[in-house]
Write a protein that binds this ligand. Sequence first.
Ligand code: NAD
Length: 386
Amino acid sequence: MAKILCVLYPDPETGYPPLYPRDDIPTITRYANGQTAPTPKGPLGFKPGELVGCVSGELGLRGYLEKLGHELIVTSNKDGPNSEFERHLPDAEVVISQPFWPAYLTKERIAKAKKLKLAVTAGIGSDHVDLDAAARAHVTVAEVTGSNSISVAEHAVMMVLSLVRNYLPSHGIATYGGWNIADCAARSYDIEGMHFGAIGAGRIGLAVLRRLKPFDLHLHYSDPHRLSPQIEKELDLTFHPDAESLVGAVDIIDVHMPLYPSTEHFFDDRMFAKMKRGAYLINTARGKLFERDAVVRALASGRIAGYAGDVWFPQPAPADHPWRTMPFNGMTPHISGSSLSAQARYAAGTLEILQSHFGATPIREEYLIVAGGALAGTGAQSYKLT
Ligand code: NAD
């Protein structure tokens, strides 16, 4: 019998289950790159469209795991040495966590987790796990690659439009009884004709580029892996060999690269100094890619015109985190990859990974980040250990 330790975000403050505004969600069976959506065997422990990412939702895993005689612990209490997470960690064979409410698996915690074999990210982005320590301890790290890529891409497109068109402040003026058109218009532009750059053009970055194409922007990108000539031609893309050359050429910078040791604080005062005055920044990748106070300084000085995103460090962000109140921000809590549509896929993908683990069958190559003591699968393609 194995212990599975699952860290999920707290239930809605209004109680669980919520009153759902819709009765169903579309069924997505295949992604743009041809990869199939999760294909677990047997029934799901939930109805797609239900809120399963919170504690009471349990990712729908309890029935499957208890039928096999395993023990499932679900908690949102994850931080500090007295947390429920640390209490159960030494006995856990599998840890499951979502990037929205990450259970940070540091080197020290991995050292305490003597029975740990598998760390699953229910979602995408496994930087909350010390990947080097996981590799050394021969812990497999897997995530549900592709499950929420389009969810995040849609969110990024929304943030591009809302920042450049000054949507959120204008909505605030309407909500609070105002009608000063000049106040709304004084920071509002069209995106048509602007230059847009994606840093990281993997599953999400490419999906954003594709979605923005009909808006008649000039599209740029930078990625250590160059896209095919066909895609570059189809989208009329300008490739930049590095992020430095891209940031000076575009009006909107959209970040989709993973966080690993050498991309931490990639965007600092030096990078902001290279940008056009009035550039907009969108970051749905990871909070730590940016130096926290450099963002605040760039907004306060007018070097950049706006910053929107949903990723912070740490998570949950403290109440006094300056990104909550800095000028011209369009921040949300970390939600872009946890729409009800996304949850259906990453919960099914988590079940699929568990079925592979307990059935001793290989986990899909594209789900692997670390395996056999080294980066593997998508991890080998997109991450570095340094
Ligand atoms: P992906 O692996 O498909 O693509 C990542 C791309 O980044 C790859 O093409 C890789 O070559 C490129 N890259 C790596 N290092 C780079 C660098 N230094 N400069 C530029 N590009 C670099 O991953 P994805 O599915 O597109 O996800 C990207 C990231 O988005 C994840 O790592 C995760 O951190 C984040 N994410 C956030 C949410 C959310 O809810 N906000 C959800 C999913 C993923």
